[in-house]
Design a protein. Sequence first.
Length: 225
Amino acid sequence: MSYKLRSRLGSAIASTILSLFWGVSLVGVDKAQAAVLTYNFQADVGERGFGSGFLKLSNSSLTGIGGERIAVSEGRLNTFLTASSDRYGLVGKDYYDLAGAIALFYQGEFRGLQARGSDTAIREINISPDEPGGPYYIRYTGSASWSMDTNGASNPDGWRSYFSGYREVISQGNIAQRDIFRDTPVSYTLVDTEPEPVPEPLTSGGTALALAGLSWLKQKKKMAA
């Protein structure tokens, strides 16, 4: 291999090492700005407080340009759809898991959630076990469903986030219980901002390679002089 070719090859290797060094360093700067955001939310339904909860998400992928969608990493929704508030004890949970729900942003501003959930159950009660021709059962069918949506996320003034849900129990073809909320406004409050862990931009081995590249370029300049 000629000296000229070796020189070109060495320059290319050194340039690559330095490019990697600065590239990884810049990545480290970007990651240093990433944070885990925690929001509390509340549906505006008065003292009953249905539709309250919280959500957490990382803004590391947020660009602040146009509309963006980010998955919620952790969260929960407390609703009126709890079995304890159902006199038949059929459907509903103490809370619904919001992990994986979609958070909507526009121009870097949080707008609201898109999430859904549901629950179903059936119960048969033996009301006359000792009657002739018995037993005789009453069948209860319960269902619950809820949604959180955000419309007009790209509208600076006209966007809105809302909660809807229902729960009903059907007995022998008749409605025994029904609770419904439609398009109830939801408000969000940012309550915490935690910085994400920042990985080391370069390992000691990577740093050594970068320094070796700088040393090689310096030596090459001396030889040329």
